[in-house]
Design a binder for this molecule. Structure first.
Ligand code: NAD
Length: 422
């Protein structure tokens, strides 16, 4: 699934993440000792997960929880269940979480978790047993004041509920603040399910304000139609943009006049995947990335836009819904083509921002209204977007480098103040 970058060798997300840090370290003149500290993860836990199968057998799985940096606050980051999960992938995702929390200035460090498994091969009860055992195993490093997981690829509010319940049973009292993205009835937040998609839509609005265009002038193609891509497609269509293509693991659909997103959503909820949807032409995931459109939103997995396909991209703007979808080589090519890439750490930060609201509400046992959540999200993301845009214009750099300058600068300040113990 992960692509090979012919100009950069096999794609390793951890190598990509470290290269991005090295670029910003050079550009801001980061002290070498801080660069060294930030180039490593603070803690990487590997766990083995024995799962009793419905047929009476047992199967072992491998899981990870990595905390990249905790200088600005407890760890925060999702849990992914996917056959492609590796320690290096989880390390990269945890480093990206450090920068993401810093760019929107919420008081968290970066963490991430994952289990190497295709959940489609498990029954619901096998999946529940796997998630509960994984939670028990990583229970030694997570907790409301230590590290707070959340949903990511192939995990959802039900999985978060199992994590909350398992952790609570193990410690002996209810601990809703151990995880975010829970159902509202057990301490979840209004607005969390669509928060990442809403944040991406806010980014589109801010971009249009800056470039003086109207939503109706813009066509959008979205790779990935899950939690992030699905919610974004709906909200950006409501904003007035024309969503001309969407895709998922089964392939993509295209209609130059614009897709009827509520009808597509209904089809996916009834059939599980996009494949077979009538009223649009079929496109492959590769073709979708190269479609003529104004805004391209990769919202599936990392390593999708590489030196192999970057030059074929026709979009003027790429808004990264997924984490790490663009390789550094592809970034260089896109920059030379004047394609503006709005980086993951800014673009998809709506999810972690509302996760932060959920955690604060849980700690206070005081719950906010939907409008309040959305207004606060708009305020935080607008402020972050404006700050990154200003740095980009003032220092004539890419939006990724501008976002990294802010994020790494904030984390470096915390590292400097706290120093090295002993
Ligand atoms: P999800 O599991 O809900 O959805 C993933 C989607 O991508 C599905 O539609 C799946 O079919 C599709 N997909 C999988 N492999 C694909 C491929 N090779 N080509 C095209 N489509 C493919 O996951 P999600 O939560 O929507 O996460 C998507 C991305 O967004 C990930 O990179 C994740 O790290 C990132 N992200 C998620 C959140 C969140 O709140 N869930 C927040 C920030 C970033």
């Amino acid at each position: 699934m992960r692509k090979v970058d012919s100009a950069g060798g096999a794609m390793n997300p951890w190598a990509v993440a470290k290269k991005q840090l090295a670029d910003v370290a050079e550009s801001i003149g980061l002290e070498p000792w801080i660069h060294s500290k930030l180039s490593e993860c603070k803690r990487s836990l590997i766990v083995s997960i024995p799962v009793k199968l419905d047929n009476g057998g047992m199967k072992m799985f491998e899981g990870f929880r990595v905390q990249h940096n905790l200088d600005r606050g407890p760890g925060k980051g999702g849990i992914r269940i996917h056959p492609g999960v590796t320690l290096d992938e989880v390390k990269a995702l945890s480093m990206w979480m450090t920068w993401k929390c810093a760019v929107v200035n919420i008081p968290y460090g970066g963490a991430k978790g994952g289990i190497t498994c295709d959940p489609a091969e498990l029954s619901k009860s096998e999946l529940e047993r796997m998630v509960r055992r994984y939670t028990s195993e990583i229970g030694i490093i997570i907790g409301p004041e230590k590290d707070i997981p959340a949903p990511d690829v192939n995990t959802n509010p039900q999985v978060m509920a199992w994590i909350m319940d398992t952790y609570s049973v193990n410690v002996g009292y209810p601990a809703p603040a151990v995880v975010t993205g829970k159902p509202v009835s057990i301490g979840g937040s209004q607005g969390r399910p669509e928060a990442t998609g809403r944040g991406l839509m806010i980014v589109v609005k801010k971009l249009l304000e800056k470039i003086g265009k109207k939503p109706k002038d813009m066509t959008v193609a979205v790779q990935g139609f899950g939690n992030v891509g699905g919610a974004f497609s709906k909200l950006v269509a409501e904003l007035g943009c024309r969503v001309i293509a969407v895709s998922d693991v089964s392939g993509g659909i295209y209609n130059s006049k614009g897709l009827d997103i509520p009808a597509v959503e209904k089809y996916v909820s009834e059939n599980g995947v996009l494949k077979g949807y009538k009223g649009a032409d079929a496109v492959s995931n590769e073709e979708l990335l190269e479609l003529k459109c104004d805004i391209l939103v990769p919202a599936a997995l990392e390593g999708q836009i590489t030196s192999d396909n970057a030059a074929k991209i026709k979009a003027s703007y790429i808004i990264e819904g997924a984490n790490g979808p663009t390789t550094p080589k592809a970034d260089e090519i896109l920059e030379s083509m004047n394609v503006v890439v709005i980086p993951d750490i800014l673009a998809n930060s709506g999810g972690v921002t509302v996760s932060y609201f959920e955690w604060v509400q849980d700690l206070q046992s005081n719950f906010w209204k939907y409008e309040q959540i959305n207004n606060k999200l708009l305020e935080i993301m607008s402020e972050a977007f404006d700050a990154v845009w200003d740095i980009m214009q003032k220092t004539k750099c890419s939006m990724r480098l501008a976002a990294y300058k802010i994020a790494v600068g904030r984390v470096a300040k915390a590292v400097r103040l706290r120093g090295i113990y002993p």
